[in-house]
Design a protein around this ligand. Sequence first.
Ligand code: NAD
Ligand code: UD1
Length: 357
Amino acid sequence: MGQKVVLVTGGAGYIGSHTVLQLLLGGFKVVVMDNFNNASEIAMLRVRELAGEFGNNLSVHKVDLRDRAALEGIFASTRFDAVIHFAGLKAVGESVQKPLLYYNNNLVGTITLLEVMAAHGCKKLVFSSSATVYGWPKQVPCTEESPLSALNPYGRTKLAIEEICRDIYRADPGWKIILLRYFNPVGAHPSGYIGEDPHGIPNNLMPLVQQVAVGRRPALTVFGNDYNTVDGTGVRDYIHIVDLADGHVAALRKLDDPNIGCVVYNLGTGKGTSVLEMVKAFEKVSGKKIPLVMAGRRPGDAEIVYASTEKAERELNWKAKYGIEDMCRSLWNWVCKNPYGYPSEEYIPPSNANGEI
Ligand code: NAD
Ligand code: UD1
């Protein structure tokens, strides 16, 4: 069998860049398509360097997913074995302010992609869904069969795309689709050369912690300390970004199963960690004090969310390896090397994929 070729939409972003690296190291040929609205071209240069001898198997197109003609051109020039679809907008607060922007980007983008895939006979897809589709779970851990709900336009785009995927599979069982529901990705590649570099004000906990650690903000606001949890703060299932990236390689291999159909997997660790536990772990590995300001609950926040990981372990043969201190250590390494994220121009190549300089 020849080398597998994968199209990765949104491959320059946080989860995408780490996944592209693991795919290259796993021997896949990778074509990235990204409009770079929330990503840096330097991330792609660094991925290529980190992949060493496999770096030549990466090509990158600066294209918006809704540009049908450009997509047609990419599919006409390359026969893809599968697509991993990360491209999308993901800020919950912004989605409430600008719902049409989110519906247009995430839904129109995905429908255009699916139409072009079908037209070119490429019917294998891995899609980035989210634990957000569990809403405020009545029971934890969340299993893939738990009830679904969406509390904001961002969440509704994820639920709608899941439904679209189930519908196209029902209409044409030639499709093979894996919907991955991610829990809370944290950390960076151990080299510290790629990591999360959100444009604008971050929404998620750890990017905010990292900005406090380097003095870009005075304190972390803790949203709620009156939840029914170990210390009153919200509990989530944080997963190391490299574990999450490896989960995509496992999902891609699973697409070769002739009976896969359209199926959902949680990617989490199965362990819940509170906000204060997470801050403590970060303080321990970084030696930095994170000043806290206690505030009220954030609207739309659930109390406790963590994954049941049994199905992914059993069927994808994948299990998260890293704990919260590993996540915080890799995050701190990235932050120390890139306190302001990716530089705008200069670039110093790392020496190898293990991060040894
Ligand atoms: P990210 O913003 O870092 O990556 C998304 C990438 O998609 C960016 O590089 C952006 O430039 C690109 N993009 C967006 N719209 C595009 C378009 N129309 N055409 C081409 N490129 C476009 O986000 P991420 O954290 O890497 O998330 C990747 C996916 O995973 C998203 O779909 C997100 O909703 C989903 N997800 C993320 C999390 C999380 O906590 N990070 C959790 C659950 C699900
Ligand atoms: C948020 C989104 C969710 C999205 C997920 C991953 C909301 C309501 N939910 O989920 O849709 O899928 O990110 O992108 O935005 N926290 C603080 N202070 C902060 C930030 C967060 O205390 O400044 C707390 C939160 O209350 C929560 C925990 O930290 O208990 C994690 O928050 P976050 O990283 O935003 O993730 P989620 O709430 O899981």
